[in-house]
Design a protein around this ligand. Sequence first.
Ligand SMILES: [Fe+2]
Length: 352
Amino acid sequence: MDGSSKPETTAPGRIIDWGNGPRDLEAVAEEIRERGYAVLRNAFPTECLERMFASRDWWFRAPAAGGAPGYCKFDYEKRVVQTSLLGRDSLRILLDEDILDLIERYTGHEVVLSESFTKLDRSVDYVYFPPHSDYMPDYRPSSHFDKIRATAEDMKHPLGLSYVLYHHDTTAGAFCYCAGSHKLGAHRGCQVTDYPEDERRAIMSTWTRLDGRKGDIVVFDPRGFHGQDQPSAANRYVTISRFWRTDIFGYHQARPLPVYTMDLAGLSERQLSVLGIGAQSLTPLEFDHHAGFKKRRRAYAIVTKLIEHAYDLDYAKKRLQPLRSRLRRLLRPGTGAKVLPPAAPVEGKRGG
Ligand SMILES: [Fe+2]
């Protein structure tokens, strides 16, 4: 497996239905401890998901430009929107109390939402999301905060939990995980290509494609090797959310997380805390590649120029308006300058 070919997949894991009866958090946590992931069905109310997906359609209709909301574009393969912008329902889903309970049970600590984005992955005939681990010994999430890091000792325990939410029935392009690989501690690095052939083979032998239905989530330990079924014959919409422990990473988020304040209504103190109210971003906004287009691209310069000058014609019309009004008055009979009738012929001058 060199990162460019498609690995064989093992049998998918079982689906845990959360739609009926009491939710057994410990059973799910145990599944994740064992395999590194768990697939949950009916974790969120259908009507919440539908409203979130409708909002997604609105956000993805065009790229953000000139202050108009839209998706971010920073490469060919993806279109991205921060999930927290997709309306009140997206926050309800993102901060679902049962999911937070599960995360805290699995990690044993309080967590904060590190980041969450919703993206469209386009179908291309190459691999751009190769197998990787999100963490490794001495992992530093930000070059701007040198002291924040996860040590080799930290790697022996869960550092957080992430999940992928499928926006539609997903097979091609589904999330994949190397079952059990979270126990390896990513001792040679985050990329599977960093490992010698025999280790790489052993890791990739458990590569599992996790197909799912619309609304399913794959909760996973991001210390394990994961990625996407690629090359993929289909586009896919997913939401990817990452939560991490505050006792390791502090009350920090990976990048600035925007939100409309009207959508915060009804959130509990715990949900607001996990959302990151008052937290610090590890990535200054100006360095956040998710925040927008690559500004050095020529297209960016052209588009920004077009937007900057989009109202120039309106301005010119407004400036010309007084002149046009004056001209109109001048040319309209009976207004403006008086048009005198022709002078009567002078018959002769009389002396007085
Ligand atoms: Fe990842």
